[in-house]
Every structure is written in C-alpha cells, then in structure tokens.
Design a protein around this ligand. Structure first.
Ligand SMILES: *Cc1c(COP(=O)(O)O)cnc(C)c1O
Length: 228
C-alpha cells in the first residue's frame, strides 16, 4: 500500500510535469492537502512529509482536528459551503477561505476576524458550470462582489476559486479553467491567486494558471463518507 509520503511525491511530480509542460515555474503552484474525512493522524503524516497547508470543508470536523494538532505549525484553509452562523469560528480558526460566494458572508468574516490575526485571505468561488453547480457566484455577479469584498478591512481578497463540473475530457477541463482565469483578469484588482484543480484535473488547471491545487484523493486515498 502506498503511504501518504509516497503520494505527496507522486502529486508533486505531476505538478512539476504540468508546470514544465507550459513553461511555468513549479514554485508558483502551491499544493493544498484536502484532509476532509481523514483523521488527525493523516494530517500528522502529511506534515512529516513536508505539507503545511490543509483544506477542510466541514467546520465541526475541522475544529476537532485542529484541537488535536495544536503542536504543529499548520495553515488551515476553509473550502466548503459557508452558513452565516459558522462565520465567527471560520474567521477565528483559518488563514484562508476559498469558498466565499456572497457579500453577507464576507462582511461577517471581516467583522469577526480577530484583531490580533492578519487579514483573512479570501477567494471568491465562481460558478462556471451553470446549473450543474449550486455553489459559487455567477460570472455576471462577480465584478460587483469582488469590488465590495476588496474594500473590507479585515479581509485580503486574493483571487478566485472554482470547482467545474467533473469531466475526463481535457478540452472541456481547459475551457472551464480558462474561463476562471479570464474572469480574474477582467477584474481590475491586484489578485494573485487562482484556486483550481483537484485530483483528476490538476494538469489542466495548472496549464490554465492555477496557483493553488486542492488535492484530497490523490494524497490520502478515497474518502469514506460513512465513517468521517
Ligand atoms: C474534496 C474537495 C477537494 C479535493 O478533491 P479530490 O478530488 O479528492 O482531490 C478539492 N476542493 C474542494 C472544494 C473539495 O470539496
């Protein structure tokens, strides 16, 4: 059986190859280890193999894991859907939020970000798959939302995040990620982040400009939602 350390090596090699294929510096692409449904021990193993950034979708699960791992200098990223009654705990316990898709949530995160922490890094999740996805703002709503979030005092708007409809068709993957890249470029804001690409489509995402790839399955194995 492959270990988490082996898998990190394999994923890093995929990132390197994908970057070189399009003449990008591999160091411009960051690997976010998506540890949702996996135990704290898996995070510990990934940390030992060099990982520092971890992504979680479910707040209660994330807080439990964080409490078990306070001895490690980890950077936590919230990447799941956000209900307004969860914003305070997210603002207090994460360094990044990739899944902001409406202003009310951003305003609450800004108001609730503790003064002794640096501004919370934010990506706006944009829906580039139409009705196939419930999460993410529409491309039409993006410019006004980005302008409004960019002036919130305790947030730092970094860029966009997207989860295109899954497909094995490389041309369709490329088209969706290129749409995200072009949307970001069309905003007149100093943004440096494109959070896009998962285990099955990271090569396409990197070819279209991803700076964070969010990888779960290829690092930690398949998830068992029966026993989180
Ligand atoms: C689960 C999840 C991932 C990781 O997906 P894999 O296919 O397991 O790599 C990435 N991003 C988000 C938002 C997720 O919910």
């Amino acid at each position: 059986m492959s270990t988490i350390a082996d898998n990190i090596g394999l994923v890093s090699a995929r990132i390197r190859a994908a970057a070189h294929a399009v003449q990008r510096d591999e160091n411009s692409i960051h690997l976010l280890a998506v540890s949702k449904t996996k135990p704290a021990q898996a995070v510990r193993e990934a940390f030992a193999a060099g990982m520092r950034d971890f992504g979680e979708n479910y707040l209660q699960e994330a807080l439990g894991k964080q409490a078990e791992l306070t001895d490690l200098p980890l950077s936590w990223h919230f990447i799941g859907p956000i209900q307004s009654n969860k914003t305070r705990a997210i603002a207090e316990n994460f360094a990044w939020v990739h899944s902001v898709d409406r202003l009310k949530i951003a305003q609450r995160l800004s108001e609730q970000r503790p003064a002794d922490l640096p501004p919370l890094n934010i990506c706006i999740q944009v829906n580039v798959s139409g009705e196939a996805s419930k999460s993410g703002c529409t491309p039409a709503d993006l410019p006004a939302l980005a302008e409004a979030i960019s002036v919130l005092p305790r947030l730092k708007l970094r860029g966009l995040m997207a989860i295109p409809e899954p497909t094995e068709d490389r041309a369709a993957q490329d088209a969706a990620f290129a749409t995200v890249r072009d949307l970001q470029a069309s905003l007149n804001l100093p943004l440096d982040t494109l959070s896009m690409g998962m285990s099955h489509d990271l090569e396409s995402a990197i070819a279209q400009g991803a700076t964070w790839v969010r990888i779960g399955t290829a690092l930690f194995g398949a998830r068992d939602y029966g026993q989180p």
